[in-house]
Design a protein around this ligand. Structure first.
Ligand SMILES: Nc1nc2c(ncn2[C@@H]2O[C@H](COP(=O)(O)OP(=O)(O)OP(=O)(O)O)[C@@H](O)[C@H]2O)c(=O)[nH]1
Length: 343
């Protein structure tokens, strides 16, 4: 059974604000509104940074569970996911964005557009930099972009665990120079170990405006379950394939069905059946994804099924199909079908 109330676009103040149709009074009773402590803060925080700096890993660390997929492959994040951190004093909506990079195809352009658009829709930006190596041109570009906005910015130097291993930070001086003209607070953290993350939450909350709770306290993510199911499959593809293949893959969920229990017979019974299609751009990529005797698809399927079982909290039956759609990353209609709109 899905933990449905924790996911997806349900009636809440934020949905009301973004046009989902619910009204504030349908969601928060006046008593609930009044029970919020004085000085309650809420708002949206965009995580901005170049690919692979650890934005999604930090989102999962701050939320306390896996809501975003992560991988060592740059440009893992494709959708602008909202993850919700609720404390007794505040509610912070983290907007995980695709890494800002120089795009090479229409999909890349859409991803960068999506990250840039997020900057215009939030109360605060958390700029993530990779603390264990010196800043590159990509970081300088993003810093310049943020300087042009009239928004509070907090900087997190992530991957601090790696610096601690090296006992010193060879990049520190370069970061100081890069941020010299700004008065942005800088916090060191490790999204993997959690080191520095409490201080980071405190600093972020301190910069949020006063406001009501925007989402139900139990809710952790605004994406429907289907999106996360598709993402869990894509994560396995990212983990097990190389070079161009991970970037050429998209996943669509064709069907999710609860199968009734029938006399304890093995198979799909009593499981959640998930049928999904993995799109690739070329026939050769289809061959790689399927693997010798279907071995690669089996590995991907097994990994995704285990992750889905944790998400769903029950047994899953997963069937994967692979389909070639030449050049889908450059086709506006395909991108729209897969949810990558112009903005
Ligand atoms: N050692 C260490 N590795 C980290 C840390 N945070 C993230 N990583 C690793 O860095 C890689 C990229 O992490 P992601 O969270 O996918 O990065 P991202 O910024 O969301 O990447 P894009 O989706 O490409 O924009 C993964 O292999 C993570 O495990 C950290 O604090 N320490």
């Amino acid at each position: 059974m899905f933990k449905a109330w924790r996911w997806g676009a349900h009636g809440c103040y934020a949905c009301f604000q973004s046009g989902y149709g619910a009204t504030l009074s349908q969601v928060m009773s006046p008593e609930a509104m009044e029970s919020l402590p004085e000085g309650y803060r809420s708002g949206f925080v965009a995580l901005i940074g170049r690919p692979n700096v650890g934005k999604s890993t930090l989102v999962n660390q701050l939320v306390g569970e896996k809501v975003a997929i992560t991988s060592p492959v740059a440009q893992t994040t494709r959708n602008r996911l909202r993850a919700i951190v609720t404390t007794p004093e505040a509610q912070m909506v983290l907007v995980d964005t695709p890494g800002i990079h120089k795009p090479h195809h229409l999909l890349g352009e859409r991803l960068v557009q999506s990250a840039r658009a997020a900057i215009g829709e939030v109360d605060l930006v958390l700029l993530l930099l990779e603390g264990c190596e010196p800043p590159g041109r990509g970081d300088a570009f993003i810093v310049e972009l943020l300087r042009q906005q009239d928004l509070p910015v907090l900087v997190a130097l992530n991957k601090w665990d790696r610096v601690a291993e090296q006992q010193h930070d060879p990049a520190e001086e370069a970061y100081r120079q890069l941020l010299a003209d700004s008065a942005w607070p800088l916090i060191r953290c490790s999204a993997i170990s959690g080191e520095g993350c409490n201080g980071l939450v405190e600093a972020l909350v301190g910069q949020l405006p006063l406001g009501p709770q925007l989402y139900p306290a139990e809710m952790v993510c605004d994406q429907p379950e289907r999106v996360l199911l598709a993402e869990l499959i894509r994560e396995q593809v990212l983990m097990h394939t190389r070079e161009e293949v991970p970037h050429s893959v998209a996943v669509s969920i064709d069907r999710v069905e609860e199968m009734p229990v029938a006399n304890g017979r093995p198979g799909k019974q009593g499981r959640t059946a998930v049928l999904a299609t993995v799109l690739v751009e070329r026939k050769s990529q289809k061959g790689i994804l399927i693997g010798k005797g279907g071995s690669m698809l089996k590995t991907i399927g097994q990994g995704a099924r285990l992750q889905m079982q944790t998400l769903i909290d029950g047994p899953v039956y997963l069937e994967l199909f692979v389909k070639v759609v030449p050049d889908w990353r450059s086709k506006p209609a395909r991108l729209a079908e897969l949810g990558f709109e112009g903005k």
